[in-house]
Design a protein around this ligand. Structure first.
Ligand code: SDX
Length: 429
């Protein structure tokens, strides 16, 4: 909705651009005609001041430290809902009725099996391959099997692909883990909940019954909720850009997985636990705080800082609570890395540098401690993030495909390279 304008004086000409107002959060200046009007581009590396799209799915207030999914605060969804309910909310825009939830759970549950031939792909990977490399390959390969849900112009196929992605990510992630540790694959069990089924596929072995601890299953489900979606972050923007060319949803999600892998993004949960292990003891924290503040040292506190949150990441608070719950349930009294994390947070939050730059713990700071306690190796942490974020990627992809204003994403540039010059034969160089 346009209700005011922004004035631009350029080259002696005055122009006005409409200001569009959202339901909440910053207004935007619609500059779509700027190049046609002025022959100039805007310049915003990293898109710090750029809205790439209109969306109704997730809203973050970075100053307040709030996160809403379709208007519902993350704290309420994490306390009262389950992950598949949040998936329904992200995909359809409303919380499901009891009947809608039962139908959605049924549909997802019955898509959890993977085409049997796909299990052969795993033998092509080295056992010690990083599981994220396997995830990139396996998810991209889904488009080589599920041809009946790759026509993005068909709403039915878009929904089938969405359900398949949400349903099969835990199976693929568990298979990547089992392959990594040299154990046989465990098939999904339809009588188990989404999170319990995932833990069963990861930790059961054919030799004996495996009973999933309900407290740990609930913690796993809540961790999935916390990672489900987060506005136009780097990997979601990757999925949207890939999807804007008409690429099939499986290929787009594979692109999102590749982007999430980076340590500045989803890879930070693995990097944060490795950092806590490297620090080792509380007395070594000051040395690392100094390194984080040293502009000449590339070291950063992994799990700290955020492009949007300039306050405490609400997900980190819930994650910290979950960490204590899981450690308590497992009877882990003292976890040296948790001690280091708590003390590191305490020191950082009172340090002038972190206060001035508004650096707070983000979701990745505590998640690693929890995931390791649940039994996962650090190499699986970002895989779990990708598993949970798949619903956010697919919901944002679907919204983009269904947006009448969307077109192929094709940014421009500020060119500072050589101007035109003639070829010089090698004999004359
Ligand atoms: C996720 O976007 C999302 O929503 C992402 C995510 C999601 O759910 O999708 O929330 C998930 O990716 C969380 C972030 C995980 N990454 C990390 O924890 C890695 C460590 N954090 C930093 O790399 C950094 O904070 C980023 C990448 C998260 C944010 O970077 P920005 O917004 O580009 O900020 P910046 O790098 O420009 O930093 C601003 C200043 C800089 O100092 P100056 O150059 O201005 O002097 O703060 C400093 C930075 O040096 N800074 C840090 C720091 N993070 C920023 N200094 C020390 N330690 C840090 N962690």
């Amino acid at each position: 909705m346009a209700n005011s304008t922004a004035k631009l004086e350029l080259g002696g000409e005055n122009r006005e651009y409409e200001v569009l107002e959202g339901s909440v959060g910053p207004d935007v200046i619609n500059i779509a005609s700027l190049y046609r009007d002025t022959g100039m581009f805007t310049y915003d590396p990293g898109f710090t001041s750029t809205a790439s799209c209109e969306s109704k799915i997730t809203y973050i207030d970075g100053d307040e430290g709030t996160l809403l999914h379709r208007g519902y605060p993350i704290e309420q969804l994490a306390d009262h809902g389950d992950f598949l309910e949040v998936c329904y909310l992200l995909l359809y825009g409303e919380l499901p009725t009891k009947a809608q939830k039962e139908d959605f759970d049924y549909r997802v549950t019955r898509h959890t099996m993977l085409h049997e031939q796909m299990s052969r792909f795993f033998t092509g990977f080295r056992r010690d391959a990083h599981p994220m490399a396997v995830m990139c390959g396996m998810v991209g390969a889904l488009s080589a099997f599920y041809h009946d849900s790759t026509d993005i112009s068909d709403p039915h196929q878009r929904m089938v692909a969405s359900i398949r992605m949400i349903a099969k990510m835990p199976t693929i992630a568990a298979m990547a883990y089992k392959y990594h540790i040299g154990q046989p694959f465990i098939y999904p069990r339809n009588e188990l909940s989404y999170a319990a089924n995932f833990l069963h596929m990861c930790f059961a072995v054919p030799c004996e019954e495996y009973h999933v601890n309900p407290v740990l299953a609930r913690a796993m489900d809540r961790i999935f909720i916390l990672h489900a979606d987060h506005e136009q972050n780097a990997s979601t923007s990757t999925v949207r850009l890939a999807g804007s060319s008409g690429a099939n949803p499986f290929a787009c999600i594979a692109a999102g997985i590749a982007c999430l892998w980076g340590p500045a993004h989803g890879g930070a949960n693995e990097a944060a636990l490795n950092m806590l292990a490297e620090i080792g003891t509380v007395d070594r924290i000051p040395e690392y705080i100094d390194r984080a503040k040293d502009r000449d040292d590339p070291f950063r506190l992994m799990g700290f800082g955020h492009r949007v949150y300039k306050n405490y990441d609400p997900r980190a608070k819930i994650m910290q609570k979950t960490t204590h719950e899981v450690l308590g349930e497992l009877g882990i009294k003292d976890d040296p890395q948790l001690d280091v994390a708590l003390e590191l947070e305490r020191i950082a939050l009172t340090d002038e540098y972190f206060i001035e730059k508004k650096l707070y713990p983000n979701i990745d700071f505590y998640s690693g401690i929890t995931l390791r306690a649940l039994g996962f190796p650090t190499t699986m942490f970002t895989v779990l993030f990708a598993l949970a974020r798949t619903v956010g990627w697919i919901a944002q992809w679907k919204e983009m495909i269904e947006d009448p204003n969307q077109k192929i994403g094709r940014p421009r540039q500020l060119y500072t390279g050589a101007t035109q010059r003639d070829y010089v034969p090698i004999a004359n160089r």
